[in-house]
Ligand binder design. Structure first.
Ligand code: NAP
Length: 311
């Protein structure tokens, strides 16, 4: 089978479609026929080696972790799935930009409901489950105010919608070209991070400071700066790492690796299928142009997810 492969830590434009052995389903595993795969920032860091200390790679690496497709083969002991079933999954380093991959039943694999096509389904797992995990970890509640920094990215577009549906007042970062769209998703206000000081603008909107900051962009001391938008006693959550003490009595929650509970991915898929969760596809590429998909994702502003379709 063909897959998008890195043979060593390497520049993104040196990726290539290459032959890989057809996977087989071991006990407790499924082989999936991939129809669509979505990209995430970690995929790039695994290729270049930028994340090698936290996430060492065994080469050859098949790029991508988010897939949608159908069950091709069912391993011994697997119940609840049969060949031909439409599914979506986060498959980790089994690799997603490929004709076939391997997944294991659990919270990171879900049936794909009618009405959810493979392209939108592939755009859900990592970003969607991370958004759910972050909001759960920070305990966002109805009536609270929340600043989402990085709201127009993969996680951010889901975080804005999920926070709004929880009943929170959402302030979202977005450039002028994306502001109207982010408001449609539920943001009450937007702040143009390219033109304005996000903390100052947020404090103009909520002078006492927001209850919660969800920061998907900054790391390290940059998170202490974002925390200035929170009220004393507020909370900040990040999928990256920052200092243990943010000042202003703001409590940090750092999620090094997202965790998912049973039903999280099913719920995201159900909401995407019934239209209560919008899935923004920023760009889609045929399998033959998978290298361009990766380099564009790394270099261009693309609102929403980048998806590669596999024939
Ligand atoms: N811990 C975990 O389990 C976990 C899981 C998933 C992701 N992550 C990490 O979480 C981060 C976000 O992931 P993602 O998938 O949402 O990334 P993404 O799709 O690349 O989105 C990032 C967004 O932030 C915007 N942005 C850039 N600089 C900004 C700024 N100064 N202020 C406001 N917005 C800004 C970007 O806009 P432009 O396009 O204009 O730059 C983009 O829309 C990444 O670092 C990723 O590695 C961690």
């Amino acid at each position: 089978m063909k897959a998008l492969v890195a043979t060593e830590y390497q520049a993104l434009d040196r990726l290539a479609l290459a032959d890989r052995p057809m996977p087989s389903a071991g006990p407790g595993e499924l082989v999936l026929k991939v129809e669509a795969a979505a990209l995430n920032p970690l995929d790039l860091a695994l290729v270049t080696g930028a994340a090698r200390e936290l996430y060492p790679v065994r080469h050859p690496l098949v790029v991508g972790m988010d897939v949608a497709g159908t069950v091709e083969e069912v391993g011994a002991g697997v119940v609840g799935y049969a060949p031909g079933d439409p599914v979506l999954a986060f498959v980790g380093q089994a690799g997603a930009v490929a004709e076939y991959t391997v997944a294991a039943p659990g919270p990171r694999l879900a049936p794909r409901p009618p009405g959810l096509d493979a392209v939108r389904a592939a755009a859900l797992p990592e970003s969607g489950m991370t958004a759910v995990c972050l909001l759960r970890a920070v305990g966002l509640r109805a009536g609270e105010s929340v600043l989402v920094v990085g709201a127009t990215g993969g996680i951010g577009l889901y975080a804005v919608q999920l926070a709004h549906s929880l009943g929170a007042r959402v302030i979202a970062t977005a450039t002028a070209q994306d502001a109207a769209y982010v408001r449609e998703l539920g943001a009450a206000d937007t702040v143009d991070y390219r033109e304005r000081d996000v903390v100052q603008e947020t404090l103009t909107l909520v002078p006492a400071g927001v209850d919660v900051v969800v920061d998907l962009v900054n790391r390290g001391d940059g998170l202490a700066e974002s925390a200035r938008a929170a009220r004393p006693g507020g909370r900040l959550v990040s999928p990256l790492y920052g200092p243990p003490d943010l000042g202003r009595e703001v409590s940090p929650v750092y999620i090094g690796s997202f965790t998912s509970e049973p039903g999280d991915l099913e719920s995201l898929a159900r909401r995407a299928a019934d239209g209560t969760l919008r899935v923004e596809i920023g760009a889609r590429y045929p399998f033959a142009e998978a290298v361009t998909a990766v380099t564009d994702f790394a270099t261009k502003h693309i609102r929403g997810k980048v998806v590669v379709t596999v024939p």
